[in-house]
Design a protein around this ligand. Structure first.
Ligand code: SAM
Length: 287
């Protein structure tokens, strides 16, 4: 089968099935073979791997995954794409399972247990940008056994995931991602690599899951509540940000004492703290 990464072949398939793009599903199909090869290489796919693809579209990247992985599970929400995948673009592969479902509703732990004996899998996707954060955070927080997640995301989102203290992109997403994984931006991808063209630039980012979290905290949920409160009011000092957050129920004196214990100035802002410092703060303040 001719690769769909060639735009002519994609146009042919779309015409054959009279396919109408659904904006609400964030459909921007890849039409660049170099980018597709780059994604497969970055994900470090081998014939041992079970790969979960989120949103196969017409199967452009899925074909590459089928060639390179042991087994592929492709989860697509748009029922109009299923006949294209089953009868046409993936028909020649016997190592792919197509599931017509919303990825946010699927029990991935059960799926990995059943299909990979609970062993760690890889996730690859050109993500629908409207649900990038819920998908990534959902994968992390449900503790699905994962080796890495290699995804196309909006360029700004990739920058935020990789940012550290002192950068304007640093925030709650950076800390959440870096608590679970090591980010690496593998490529920046221009708009003309997609059909239709998105309104924003894109990037491929690989998130390699930590074997152990890089910091130890008494209460994970409390640390993330502290982080959210610190960045909710970016221009405020950490003391004000944390004491203004009603759900944390912290007094000014408590926060000031904790900062002193950590050797941080009373006027410090959340955006100056590293993940290690947020973890220390959590361990001092957690009751
Ligand atoms: N992988 C294809 C490619 O690279 O050409 C398509 C990528 S397109 C950016 C995103 C795909 O995700 C679309 O096929 C869309 O229908 C699908 N999608 C959107 N929301 C989804 C959801 N909640 N669950 C599963 N698939 C979804």
């Amino acid at each position: 089968m001719a690769t769909l990464g060639n735009p002519q072949n994609t146009i042919e398939i779309l015409k054959k099935y009279d396919f109408m793009f659904q904006k609400r599903f964030g459909q921007n199909f890849l039409i660049d073979t170099h980018v597709l090869e780059k994604i497969i290489k970055s994900a470090e796919i081998t014939k041992d791997d079970l790969v979960l693809e989120i949103g196969p579209g017409i199967g452009t990247m899925t074909q590459y995954l089928c060639e390179n992985a042991r087994e592929v599970i492709a989860v697509e929400i748009d029922k109009n794409l299923i006949p294209i995948l089953e009868n046409d673009t993936l028909a020649q592969y016997d190592n792919v399972t197509i599931i017509n479902e919303d990825i946010l509703k699927l029990d991935l732990n059960a799926l990995v247990k059943e299909r990979n004996g609970g062993k760690r899998i890889k996730v690859v996707a050109n993500l629908p940008y409207y649900i990038t954060t819920p998908i990534i955070m959902g994968l992390f927080e449900s503790h699905v056994p994962l080796q890495n997640i290699t995804v196309m995301v909006q360029k700004e989102v990739a920058d935020r995931m990789q940012a550290g203290p002192g950068s304007k992109d640093y925030g709650a997403l950076s800390l959440a991602v870096q608590y679970y994984a090591k980010p690496y931006i593998a490529a920046n991808v221009p708009q003309n690599c997609f059909m239709p063209r998105p309104n924003v630039g894109s990037a491929v980012i690989r998130l390699t899951l930590h074997e152990e979290p890089p910091v130890k905290v008494k209460d994970e949920a409390f640390m993330f509540a502290l982080i959210r409160a610190s960045f909710n009011q970016r221009r405020k000092t950490l003391v004000n940000g944390l004491t203004n957050a009603a759900e944390l129920n912290l007094s000014k004196e408590e926060v000031q004492a904790a900062l002193e214990e950590l050797g941080l100035p009373a006027t410090v802002r959340g955006e100056a703290l590293t993940l290690e410092q947020f973890a220390e703060l959590t361990n001092v303040l957690a009751k």
